[in-house]
Design a protein around this ligand. Sequence first.
Ligand SMILES: Cc1cc2nc3c(=O)[nH]c(=O)nc-3n(C[C@H](O)[C@H](O)[C@H](O)COP(=O)(O)OP(=O)(O)OC[C@H]3O[C@@H](n4cnc5c(N)ncnc54)[C@H](O)[C@@H]3O)c2cc1C
Length: 321
Amino acid sequence: MLNIQENIPLAEYTSFRIGGPAKFFVEVSTKDELLEALDYAKENSLFFFILGGGSNLLVSDQGFDGLIIKMKLNGFKIVGNSIEAESGVALAKVVNSSINEGLTGMEWAAGIPGTVGGATRGNTGAYGKSIADVIKSVEALETSKLQATRPQRLSVAMAGVANYKLQDCKYGYKDNIFKQNPNLIVLSVKIKLQKGDKEKSQQEIREMMEKRRINHPQGVGSAGCFFINPVVTDEKVIEELKKDGIECRDGQVPAWWLIDDVGLRGKKIGGAIVSEEHTNFIVNAGGATAEDIITLVSLIKQKVRNKFNIQLREEVQYLGF
Ligand SMILES: Cc1cc2nc3c(=O)[nH]c(=O)nc-3n(C[C@H](O)[C@H](O)[C@H](O)COP(=O)(O)OP(=O)(O)OC[C@H]3O[C@@H](n4cnc5c(N)ncnc54)[C@H](O)[C@@H]3O)c2cc1C
C-alpha cells in the first residue's frame, strides 16, 4: 500500500535546498509501487515528476502542484565485470563498490551526487568521461504506453517496459532519448567495466576529489554546473579562449569562462551568488529563493548574449515554474 503524503517541502530533497511544497509525494521502492503511483496520478488527473537525488534540480518557491515520485528502487549486483543497478541507487555506491571489486571505469564519477537514474537521463560526466562510456543497456518504462494497469498491474504494464542497448539511447553531450522523451522512466541500468588496479583507481579518485575541493564551492547549496557548455564556431571567441590557455573540447566553450568574462564572478542577488570558485556554479549562500536564482540566471544569460551572441541553456532542470 503506497504512502501518499501531502504538502511535503521539497527544499530538503534538493541539493540547492530551495523550493516550495509538493502537493502529493510518494517514495517507491519497487516497480510495482512505481506503477501504483503512476495509476494514482492518472486516476486523480495529476501531473507527476520523477525525483532522483534532486542534485540537478531547481524547484519553484510555489512548489509543485502534482505528484512527486521519489525513486528508491535500490537493487544492486555485481556479476564479473558488470554491474546491474536500479535507478534509485546512489552513483556513489556504484563508484565505491566497483573500486572495491577491483573494477575500473567509474572513477570519473567520484564526488558526483545523485542517482543512477538521474545520471542516465542527464548523461552525467566529468573530466572528459560520462556514464554513456560505461552503459551497456538501460531498462526503461514508457509511460505513454501504459494502459489502466489494474487489476493485472505488472503483466499489463510490462508492455511499456523495454531494454535499450547503448546505441538505442542515442547518447551525445548532455543528450539522449531519456532527456528527449519525458515519458521514459529509467528503471535500471547495466554497466560494463574492466578489471583494474584498485590502488591506481583509489589514487585517481583522490586526485579528482582534490580537484573538486579546490575548484568547486564547498558547504553551500548548488545543483552543480548550471549551464551546458555551448558549441561555438565564432573564431574571435575561440581566439580569446586560446589566449587564456583554454581548449575547446568538441567545439564547446566552457560556460564558466563566458560568465567570468562578462564580469559576473561573485555577483549576488538575494541569497543567490555566482560562485567565486567556479562561475558555472550558482550557489545558495543561505536563504536564497528560486526567484533569486532565476533572476541571477536571467542576468547571466542576458550579459553573455549581449557580449558573445551566445544563448546559454540550462543543464539544471526546472520544476514547478
Ligand atoms: C556539488 C555537485 C557537483 C556536481 N558535479 C557534477 C559533475 O561533475 N558532472 C555532472 O554531469 N553533474 C554534476 N552534478 C549534477 C548532478 O549531480 C547530476 O546531474 C546527477 O546525475 C543528477 O542525478 P539526480 O538523481 O540527483 O537527478 P535529479 O536532480 O533528481 O533529477 C534530474 C532530472 O533527471 C530526471 N530523473 C531522475 N531520475 C530519473 C529516472 N529514474 N528516470 C527518468 N528521469 C529521471 C528528473 O525527473 C529530472 O528531470 C553535480 C551536482 C552537485 C550538487
